[in-house]
Ligand binder design. Sequence first.
Ligand code: KIV
Length: 289
Amino acid sequence: MSTTFQLDTATSRANPTPAPMKRLTIPAIRRRKRDGVTAEPIVMLTAYTARQAQLLDAHCDLLLVGDSLGQVIYGLPSSVPVTLDLMIAHGAAVVRGSYHAAVIVDMPFGAYEQSPQQAFASAARVLKETGCAGVKLEGGAAMAETVRFLTERGIPVMGHVGLTPQAVNILGGYNARGRSDAEADKIVADTQALDQAGAFAVVIEGVVEPIAIAATKAVSCPTIGIGASARCDGQVLVTEDMLGMFERVPRFVKRYADVASVVTEAAAQYAAEVRDRSFPGTEQTYQPK
Ligand code: KIV
């Protein structure tokens, strides 16, 4: 699938020319897994801005406005300080920048855990103010009642089990989960509880491979792996990680580009040309007629 762009004179930026197709729906994503088999794995990447969404959209089934934007965009120490207003602002930008992928917005820490009612009020704001297709929330069996409450009221929910970064203060770090029998059993049971509560998909993050495979086999909804297994029903990565924007990335990240070097080299060349007055040149300056 290719994307073409045209200049939008209102914003003076290039916008994608919509291909003649409808945006993917949550039921269509859910149906990818039939009788325990996902013939075509689900492709998800994070997106935080309209321009990023424009570039990723044609290649993805799902765009996730992850609360990882706290660290990636805002330089915060974890996702814990991220607010609902921040998620809504970035969610709306990503919806504006996409026309093919279904957009999922993360519910930030503190916006949903208190009660199903609190979760509904937050998620309804997210859907109304961004136009996204659904929300993601962290937690397993403990969140099952909330997942059921939301889905029965028209809000598609993606679950998130295993390494749940919002719980970093309880987990004590970002190490892989599922190494002990008790932890492994809990991850499988959490995934099943979310599936039975109506989650349309479940992210399995930072989980040892056999447990990610067992959890995937144990549920009827698709699982989306990150630091899990190629045998999950789909995969997600933080886009900046896979683009090589950071020097240090978790072991499970594959870098598909070295964008940090491209940016550094371009900035260095620009700085040199400003300092030796070779920029702007004649092509970049306006002369009287
Ligand atoms: O916030 C995020 O980016 C996520 C993904 C890593 C799954 O939750």
